[in-house]
Design a protein around this ligand. Sequence first.
Ligand SMILES: [Zn+2]
Ligand SMILES: [Zn+2]
Length: 243
Amino acid sequence: MTHYLAAEIQNNTLMRKSALSVLQGYNIREPPVNVYQILTDQEVQVDFLPFRNSRLEGLYLRNITGSGIAVNSNHPRPKQRFTAAHELKHHLHDVPDDGTQLPPCLSNARTHIERKANAFAAELLMPPTMFQAVIDELGELLTITTLSAVFHVSYEATVYRLNTLRYIGDGQITKFLSSTYRREDGQTAYQNRQNGNGRIAKIRVPAVQAALGFIDGGRYCNNCGALLINNQWNVCPECSTNL
Ligand SMILES: [Zn+2]
Ligand SMILES: [Zn+2]
Protein backbone atom coordinates (compact mmCIF):
# COMPACT_ATOMS: atom_id res chain seq x y z
CA MET A 1 0.00 0.00 0.00
CA THR A 2 2.80 2.37 0.86
CA HIS A 3 4.37 1.97 -2.56
CA TYR A 4 1.03 2.46 -4.17
CA LEU A 5 0.42 5.70 -2.27
CA ALA A 6 3.88 6.98 -3.14
CA ALA A 7 3.27 6.30 -6.82
CA GLU A 8 -0.10 8.03 -6.68
CA ILE A 9 1.33 11.17 -5.09
CA GLN A 10 4.18 11.21 -7.59
CA ASN A 11 1.68 10.90 -10.44
CA ASN A 12 -0.41 13.78 -9.18
CA THR A 13 2.66 15.99 -8.86
CA LEU A 14 3.74 15.14 -12.39
CA MET A 15 0.26 15.81 -13.74
CA ARG A 16 0.10 19.16 -11.97
CA LYS A 17 3.43 20.18 -13.48
CA SER A 18 2.38 19.04 -16.93
CA ALA A 19 -0.96 20.87 -16.79
CA LEU A 20 0.66 24.04 -15.46
CA SER A 21 3.20 24.03 -18.26
CA VAL A 22 0.36 23.79 -20.82
CA LEU A 23 -1.48 26.67 -19.14
CA GLN A 24 1.67 28.77 -19.04
CA GLY A 25 2.46 27.91 -22.66
CA TYR A 26 -0.91 29.31 -23.70
CA ASN A 27 -0.80 32.14 -21.17
CA ILE A 28 -4.09 31.01 -19.60
CA ARG A 29 -4.59 32.81 -16.30
CA GLU A 30 -8.33 32.90 -15.77
CA PRO A 31 -11.22 30.44 -15.93
CA PRO A 32 -12.75 28.86 -17.85
CA VAL A 33 -9.84 27.00 -19.41
CA ASN A 34 -10.75 26.59 -23.08
CA VAL A 35 -9.57 23.02 -23.60
CA TYR A 36 -11.05 22.92 -27.11
CA GLN A 37 -8.91 25.93 -28.06
CA ILE A 38 -5.82 24.11 -26.77
CA LEU A 39 -6.70 20.97 -28.74
CA THR A 40 -7.34 23.05 -31.87
CA ASP A 41 -4.03 24.83 -31.45
CA GLN A 42 -2.37 21.41 -31.05
CA GLU A 43 -4.01 20.36 -34.36
CA VAL A 44 -6.06 17.66 -32.66
CA GLN A 45 -9.41 17.19 -34.38
CA VAL A 46 -12.35 17.18 -31.94
CA ASP A 47 -15.48 15.16 -32.77
CA PHE A 48 -18.60 14.53 -30.73
CA LEU A 49 -20.32 11.17 -31.14
CA PRO A 50 -23.41 9.76 -29.37
CA PHE A 51 -21.84 6.58 -27.98
CA ARG A 52 -24.53 4.18 -26.76
CA ASN A 53 -22.32 2.90 -23.97
CA SER A 54 -22.75 5.61 -21.32
CA ARG A 55 -19.50 4.51 -19.62
CA LEU A 56 -17.58 5.36 -22.78
CA GLU A 57 -16.39 8.91 -22.28
CA GLY A 58 -14.03 9.37 -25.19
CA LEU A 59 -11.40 8.05 -27.56
CA TYR A 60 -8.00 9.21 -28.68
CA LEU A 61 -6.90 8.26 -32.17
CA ARG A 62 -3.79 8.93 -34.18
CA ASN A 63 -2.99 7.79 -37.68
CA ILE A 64 -0.93 9.04 -40.61
CA THR A 65 -3.48 11.75 -41.34
CA GLY A 66 -3.19 13.22 -37.85
CA SER A 67 -4.62 13.13 -34.33
CA GLY A 68 -8.18 13.31 -33.16
CA ILE A 69 -10.44 12.76 -30.20
CA ALA A 70 -14.05 11.66 -30.00
CA VAL A 71 -16.15 12.78 -27.03
CA ASN A 72 -19.42 11.15 -25.95
CA SER A 73 -22.02 13.76 -26.94
CA ASN A 74 -24.66 12.09 -24.75
CA HIS A 75 -22.88 13.41 -21.67
CA PRO A 76 -23.45 16.93 -20.29
CA ARG A 77 -21.13 19.59 -21.74
CA PRO A 78 -19.12 20.15 -18.52
CA LYS A 79 -18.35 16.41 -18.45
CA GLN A 80 -17.42 16.52 -22.15
CA ARG A 81 -14.87 19.23 -21.35
CA PHE A 82 -13.34 17.00 -18.68
CA THR A 83 -13.17 14.14 -21.20
CA ALA A 84 -11.50 16.45 -23.74
CA ALA A 85 -8.88 17.45 -21.14
CA HIS A 86 -8.35 13.74 -20.34
CA GLU A 87 -7.79 13.02 -24.05
CA LEU A 88 -5.36 15.96 -24.27
CA LYS A 89 -3.23 14.14 -21.68
CA HIS A 90 -3.14 11.05 -23.90
CA HIS A 91 -2.17 13.25 -26.85
CA LEU A 92 0.68 14.87 -24.94
CA HIS A 93 2.06 11.84 -23.10
CA ASP A 94 0.63 8.46 -24.03
CA VAL A 95 0.83 7.91 -27.77
CA PRO A 96 2.54 4.58 -28.46
CA ASP A 97 5.46 4.75 -30.89
CA ASP A 98 4.50 1.51 -32.59
CA GLY A 99 1.26 2.85 -34.06
CA THR A 100 -1.03 0.84 -31.78
CA GLN A 101 -4.15 2.68 -30.61
CA LEU A 102 -4.98 3.48 -27.00
CA PRO A 103 -7.94 1.63 -25.49
CA PRO A 104 -11.22 3.58 -25.19
CA CYS A 105 -11.62 5.75 -22.09
CA LEU A 106 -14.26 4.36 -19.76
CA SER A 107 -15.72 6.19 -16.78
CA ASN A 108 -14.91 3.52 -14.21
CA ALA A 109 -11.49 2.56 -15.54
CA ARG A 110 -8.99 2.13 -12.73
CA THR A 111 -5.89 1.61 -14.82
CA HIS A 112 -2.78 3.65 -14.18
CA ILE A 113 -2.94 5.50 -17.50
CA GLU A 114 -6.59 6.44 -17.02
CA ARG A 115 -6.14 7.67 -13.46
CA LYS A 116 -3.27 9.86 -14.57
CA ALA A 117 -5.32 11.29 -17.43
CA ASN A 118 -8.14 12.13 -15.00
CA ALA A 119 -5.67 13.78 -12.62
CA PHE A 120 -4.30 15.84 -15.53
CA ALA A 121 -7.82 16.91 -16.56
CA ALA A 122 -8.58 18.16 -13.04
CA GLU A 123 -5.24 20.00 -12.88
CA LEU A 124 -5.81 21.61 -16.28
CA LEU A 125 -9.42 22.71 -15.77
CA MET A 126 -9.13 23.64 -12.07
CA PRO A 127 -5.52 24.70 -11.43
CA PRO A 128 -4.82 25.23 -7.70
CA THR A 129 -3.91 28.91 -7.84
CA MET A 130 -6.87 29.81 -10.05
CA PHE A 131 -9.16 27.70 -7.86
CA GLN A 132 -8.01 29.48 -4.71
CA ALA A 133 -8.33 32.91 -6.36
CA VAL A 134 -11.94 32.22 -7.34
CA ILE A 135 -12.80 30.87 -3.87
CA ASP A 136 -11.34 34.06 -2.36
CA GLU A 137 -13.19 36.26 -4.80
CA LEU A 138 -16.54 34.56 -4.20
CA GLY A 139 -16.18 34.94 -0.44
CA GLU A 140 -19.56 34.44 1.23
CA LEU A 141 -21.11 33.82 -2.19
CA LEU A 142 -19.17 30.55 -2.53
CA THR A 143 -21.24 27.51 -3.43
CA ILE A 144 -20.20 24.35 -5.25
CA THR A 145 -22.78 25.19 -7.93
CA THR A 146 -21.24 28.63 -8.56
CA LEU A 147 -17.69 27.28 -8.42
CA SER A 148 -18.51 24.65 -11.05
CA ALA A 149 -20.19 27.34 -13.20
CA VAL A 150 -17.06 29.52 -13.05
CA PHE A 151 -14.80 26.67 -14.18
CA HIS A 152 -17.37 25.11 -16.55
CA VAL A 153 -16.96 21.70 -14.95
CA SER A 154 -19.47 19.32 -13.41
CA TYR A 155 -20.67 19.59 -9.81
CA GLU A 156 -19.12 16.16 -9.11
CA ALA A 157 -15.73 17.11 -10.56
CA THR A 158 -15.76 20.23 -8.36
CA VAL A 159 -16.46 18.21 -5.21
CA TYR A 160 -13.60 15.81 -6.00
CA ARG A 161 -11.31 18.75 -6.73
CA LEU A 162 -12.20 20.36 -3.39
CA ASN A 163 -11.20 17.07 -1.79
CA THR A 164 -7.94 16.61 -3.72
CA LEU A 165 -6.89 20.13 -2.78
CA ARG A 166 -7.91 19.42 0.84
CA TYR A 167 -10.62 22.05 1.16
CA ILE A 168 -12.92 19.23 2.24
CA GLY A 169 -12.05 15.94 3.92
CA ASP A 170 -12.59 12.44 2.54
CA GLY A 171 -15.44 11.90 4.97
CA GLN A 172 -17.37 14.88 3.56
CA ILE A 173 -17.50 13.77 -0.07
CA THR A 174 -20.67 11.72 0.32
CA LYS A 175 -22.48 14.61 2.01
CA PHE A 176 -21.54 17.13 -0.67
CA LEU A 177 -22.54 14.72 -3.44
CA SER A 178 -25.92 13.91 -1.85
CA SER A 179 -28.99 15.12 -3.70
CA THR A 180 -30.17 16.98 -0.57
CA TYR A 181 -27.00 19.02 -0.24
CA ARG A 182 -26.80 19.58 -3.95
CA ARG A 183 -30.36 20.95 -4.07
CA GLU A 184 -29.70 23.34 -1.18
CA ASP A 185 -26.41 24.43 -2.72
CA GLY A 186 -28.19 25.13 -6.01
CA GLN A 187 -30.89 27.16 -4.22
CA THR A 188 -28.27 29.24 -2.41
CA ALA A 189 -26.44 29.87 -5.69
CA TYR A 190 -29.72 30.93 -7.29
CA GLN A 191 -30.52 33.32 -4.44
CA ASN A 192 -27.02 34.80 -4.66
CA ARG A 193 -27.64 35.49 -8.33
CA GLN A 194 -30.97 37.16 -7.51
CA ASN A 195 -29.59 39.53 -4.90
CA GLY A 196 -26.07 40.31 -5.99
CA ASN A 197 -26.25 43.31 -3.62
CA GLY A 198 -23.53 45.55 -4.94
CA ARG A 199 -20.72 43.04 -4.71
CA ILE A 200 -20.10 43.43 -8.43
CA ALA A 201 -17.55 46.16 -7.79
CA LYS A 202 -15.40 43.67 -5.90
CA ILE A 203 -15.59 40.93 -8.51
CA ARG A 204 -12.83 41.13 -11.06
CA VAL A 205 -12.73 37.77 -12.88
CA PRO A 206 -15.24 37.82 -15.79
CA ALA A 207 -16.18 34.14 -15.36
CA VAL A 208 -17.07 34.84 -11.71
CA GLN A 209 -19.17 37.85 -12.73
CA ALA A 210 -20.93 35.66 -15.30
CA ALA A 211 -21.56 32.83 -12.82
CA LEU A 212 -23.12 35.37 -10.44
CA GLY A 213 -25.30 36.77 -13.22
CA PHE A 214 -23.56 40.14 -13.44
CA ILE A 215 -22.67 40.22 -17.12
CA ASP A 216 -24.95 41.90 -19.68
CA GLY A 217 -24.23 41.96 -23.36
CA GLY A 218 -21.05 40.40 -24.66
CA ARG A 219 -20.50 37.77 -27.30
CA TYR A 220 -22.32 34.44 -27.22
CA CYS A 221 -21.79 31.14 -29.07
CA ASN A 222 -24.31 30.72 -31.90
CA ASN A 223 -24.42 26.99 -31.33
CA CYS A 224 -24.73 26.52 -27.55
CA GLY A 225 -25.34 30.05 -26.23
CA ALA A 226 -22.24 30.09 -24.01
CA LEU A 227 -20.91 33.50 -23.04
CA LEU A 228 -17.57 34.04 -24.80
CA ILE A 229 -15.48 35.82 -22.21
CA ASN A 230 -12.22 35.89 -24.12
CA ASN A 231 -12.08 37.81 -27.42
CA GLN A 232 -9.11 35.76 -28.59
CA TRP A 233 -10.94 32.43 -28.59
CA ASN A 234 -11.78 31.13 -32.03
CA VAL A 235 -13.51 28.00 -30.78
CA CYS A 236 -16.25 27.85 -28.15
CA PRO A 237 -15.05 26.63 -24.71
CA GLU A 238 -18.31 24.71 -24.22
CA CYS A 239 -19.10 23.07 -27.55
CA SER A 240 -15.94 23.52 -29.68
CA THR A 241 -17.83 25.28 -32.50
CA ASN A 242 -15.70 27.58 -34.66
CA LEU A 243 -16.42 31.18 -33.79
ZN1 LIG B 1 -8.19 7.68 -21.29
ZN1 LIG C 1 -20.74 26.82 -27.97
